[in-house]
Design a protein around this ligand. Sequence first.
Ligand code: UDP
Length: 490
Amino acid sequence: MVVEHVVMMPFMAQGHLIPFAALAELLSELHSLKITLVNTPHNASKLRSMMNPKAAGAIDVAELPFSSADHGLPPDAENTDALPYPLILRLFEASETLEPAFESLISDVARKDGRLPLCIVADVFCGWTVLVAERLGIHHVVFTTCGAFGTLGYASTWLHLPHVGTDADEFPVPGMPGVRLHRTQLASHLRVADGKDGWSIFLQKHISLSMHRSRGDMLCNTVAELEPDGIRLLQTMTGSRVLPIGPLLPLSLFSENWARERGGKPLGISAESCIAWLDTQPLRSVLYVSFGSQNTVSRWQLKELALGLEASGAGFIWVVRPPLEFPMTAEFRSEWLPEGFEERVKDRGLIVKGWAPQLAILSHKGTGAFLSHCGWNSVLESLSQGVPLIGWPMAGEQFYNTIMLGDEKVGVCVEVGRGKEVGVDREKVARVVAEVVKGEKGAEMRRKAAEMREDLRKGMAEEESGGGSSLRALDEFVASIVSPHVHFVA
Ligand code: UDP
C-alpha cells in the first residue's frame, strides 16, 4: 500500500509544540495520513507525552541530534520554557543548525517509503525548511500556531523596521488598515530593533522565507468565524491562501469536566485539587491568572498584581512565576509576594507554584475570567470554554491578539497592563478585575465569549453538514497536497 506521508517541524516552544501535536492527530485520525513529527530529543519526548495514546501508533516522533551546550546554552535547554529571556535568541539561532539533519531525515523517510513525503508542514520560525523542500522537490506548507491577526501584526512589525526614531508615539502598521500601534505595544526587543541586531536578522530571514517564499497554503490555528478580517488581510500580505483550521485543542475539551493535561510538565498542583477547590466557589466567580509558559513580570509588578487581586475582592487561582530578575526555573520564594499576602487571601485565593492544570481550571464552571498574557493557546483555550479575558500582553503577537479580542465587534477582552516592566498598578488591577468578574461589563463579555465558544465548537464539529468550517478547511488542505497546485490570492 502507498504511504501518504507528511513531515511536520514545529518550533521549539511549548505554545508551538501543542498545536502541532494536535494537528498531527487530526491529520492521522481524520485523513489516515502517516505523520512524522520532528524535533530535538527533549522536545520529541514532550511531543510524545502530549499525544493522545490512541493516535500515538500512527504518528512517529523523530529526533534530530542537538546539543544545547554546543550553542552556549545550559545542558538540555532545548525549549524556550527552559531558558531565561536573554538566552532565547541563542536557541532561535541554534535551531538553524538542524537543517542538514532534517534534510537527511527526510531522505531516510523517502527511502523507507519508496517515495518522497507528500508535504513538509513547518513552523513560521523554521523558514530553513523551505530551502530543504526546494532542494528535495517537496511541497512546503507553513503552519502558524498563532491567530491570523496576530501573525500579521507580528510579521509586519518585524518586516518593516525600524520603529525607533518615529516622531510619533503612535504609528500605522503596513498591511493592517485602520490599526495604529502605540510604542508600548511593541515587545521590548522590537522597539529597539534596527535590522542589524540578532533578533531582526533571524526573524526577517525566517518570516520572509515562510511567508513569501514558501509556495503552499498557510495553515492558521484560528476559526473563520472568529477573525474573518485578520484572515483576509493575512492572505493579502502573503499572497497565499490562508486556511483556518483551528482551534487545535483536544476535541475532548469541548465536553464537560475536561481534566487531562497536555503540557508534558509535572504539575505544581493536581487537577483534582484545583477542581475540588473550584467546586467550593460560586458559579463563574473565580479569576484564573497565568502568563503562559515563558513570560513573567518584574518584581514590583508582581507585588502590584498581588495587591490589586487582594483589593478586587474576587476569588482567584494565580500561577506565580519567578519575577524577571530570577530564572524561570527558580523555586518559589515567599518574599516575591507582599508580606502576609498568602495568609490574608488564603480563603479565596489559590496560589500555584509551578505548572498549572490550565485546561481543567478553564473548563470548570467556577471560573469566570482569565487574566492572561493573551498567548494564542491560552486565548483559544479560554474562549473554547466561554471564559472572557483580561489582557496583559507582554511579547510577540500578544499585543495584536489583545487588540483583536478587545475590538468592539468581538468584545471578549479588556486590557489591564502592557509589557513586562511598565504600566500597571494595583488600583487599575483591582478596578478591572472587579468589573470583569463581578460587574455588568463582565456579564456582557461572558455573553460574547459564550457565542464565541459556539463558533469554536462549530468550526471543529464533525456533525455539521460536511463538517464545521475548520474541518472543511483541513479537507481542502489535504486535497491540495494529494494533488498539489498553488493557490494565489489576488
Ligand atoms: N500552560 C499550562 N499550565 C501553565 C502555563 C501554561 O497548562 O501553568 C499551557 C496553556 O494551557 C497553553 C500553553 O501552556 O496551552 C501556553 O501557550 P500560550 O500560547 O498561551 O503561551 P506561551 O507559553 O506560548 O507564551
